[in-house]
Write a protein that binds this ligand. Structure first.
Ligand code: FAD
Length: 370
């Protein structure tokens, strides 16, 4: 099957969908509202399922070459003591592919390069679900206008209770580990090392939406300055103008369907989740491969989209629920007794427990694309 497909949204999900459709014979146009195609974020972790999806789309090799493999790290407390160590090599043995970290701009560029430039149109938005095409893919993000039009009763995104400040360092930083998460009361600080020696860091704070700081970096240096190495070093290696600040939103009420007629919802438009498991983009990449595979199996767009919904909705909503639970156990805990109980449980957990938890989401085999 093929035809004319319009993908609304040129984020990771929309570009991946366009690659899958283009490879399987569709004439694809990606419409992106923003003036330039990019990804407003710092860095991203991709687990094995995300990399396998990229493999199926033909861009896995390029992403692996640009990414940094994450072998060492784990979860700590602000004084630096370890709650759980992550054995990245054991994870790689179990699932075949290590976790990887890559700047978002780099991932986005590699996805763009897998498409003919003529597919991509920027500065074009406000498409509606009724617009003519054989297939419309709504990859327009957490605030999807197409989702709101298809499901006017759906309550839409809900603030997660947290705000995230993040950046990529301006220069290389000496790090002892590839990735870390540190949980203090009501706050998390983490890093992902990149192949070029720089790193992404993020600070998550339990916070109502809309709280902003005149000088975010000074605020963070005061808030996290006494935390263990490398937290202060990462902040010291960052330029004030590089700090991004976003409140995080999720779809707590699942959408009734990822498919309505010839319209497919994909990525955050379908299942925006909290970032606690680092799975949002990985799930968007899975969506893209399944969408292309089901459409290739025919016999009609409607039948293929109905199977896409049946495959993807249980999987992505399960991961979203797990991400929400993980958030409640992490930085959202602030009562000292609850923090102490969580920390004791993590220290006592058998060493394979973290790997088993990650494997639940990372173990995924893409359907073959023709
Ligand atoms: P988006 O990236 O939001 O793209 C939607 C696009 O649609 C935008 O470019 C927007 O401009 C465009 N658009 C909107 N409306 C219109 C319109 N009407 N017309 C045209 N264009 C339109 N995931 C991971 O897998 N690993 C991680 O480590 C990870 N870390 C994260 C850390 C944080 C702090 C956050 C917030 C998220 C994280 N995620 C992670 C999740 C991941 O970022 C998202 O799930 C993913 O980027 C969603 O991609 P998308 O293409 O669906 O949506």
């Amino acid at each position: 099957m093929g035809g004319r497909a319009v993908v609304v949204g040129g984020g990771i999900g929309g570009l991946a969908a366009a690659i899958g459709l283009h490879r399987t014979g569709w004439e694809v146009t990606v419409l992106e509202r923003a003036a330039a195609l990019d990804d407003a974020g710092a860095g991203i972790s991709l687990a094995a399922n995300g990399i396998r999806a990229l493999d199926a789309l033909g861009v896995g090799r390029a992403v692996r070459d640009a990414a940094h493999r994450q072998y060492t790290g784990g979860t700590r407390t602000p004084d630096g003591s370890w709650l759980a160590r992550m054995d990245g090599a054991a994870l790689e043995r179990a699932v075949g592919i290590p976790m990887t970290g890559i700047p978002r701009a780099e991932l986005h560029r590699l996805l763009r390069e897998a498409l003919p430039a003529s597919c991509l149109r920027t500065g074009v938005g406000a498409l509606s679900a009724g617009d003519a095409a054989d297939l419309l893919v709504a990859a327009d993000g957490v605030r999807s206008g197409i989702r709101a039009e298809l499901f006017p009763q759906h309550p839409g995104p809900v603030h997660s209770g947290s705000t995230v400040l993040r950046a990529i360092t301006a220069e290389p930083v000496v790090l002892d580990t590839d990735f870390e998460l540190t949980w203090g009361p009501g706050a998390e600080f983490g890093h992902i090392a990149f192949a070029d020696g720089r790193a992404e860091w993020h600070a998550v704070l339990a916070s109502p939406p809309g709280v902003r700081h005149a000088d975010a970096l000074s605020f963070l240096r005061a808030r996290f300055g006494a935390w263990h190495h490398p937290v202060p070093a990462l902040l010291a290696a960052t330029r004030p103008e590089d700090v991004l600040h976003h409140d995080t939103y999720e779809l707590v009420t699942p959408v009734p369907s990822y498919a309505v007629g010839r319209v497919a919802l994909l990525g955050d438009a379908a299942h925006a989740m909290t970032p606690n498991l680092g799975q949002g983009a990985c799930q968007a990449l899975e969506d893209a491969v399944v969408l292309a595979a089901e459409l290739a199996a025919g016999p009609s767009v409607e039948a293929a989209l109905s199977r896409y919904d049946a495959v993807r909705r249980p999987r992505a909503s399960g991961v979203a629920r797990a991400a929400r639970r993980a958030g409640r156990l992490g930085h959202r805990l602030s009562h000292p007794a609850a923090v102490a109980a969580r920390n004791a449980a993590l220290r006592l957990a058998p060493s394979g427990a973290t790997i088993r938890a990650l494997l639940t989401h990372a173990s995924w085999t893409p359907p073959p694309l023709p």
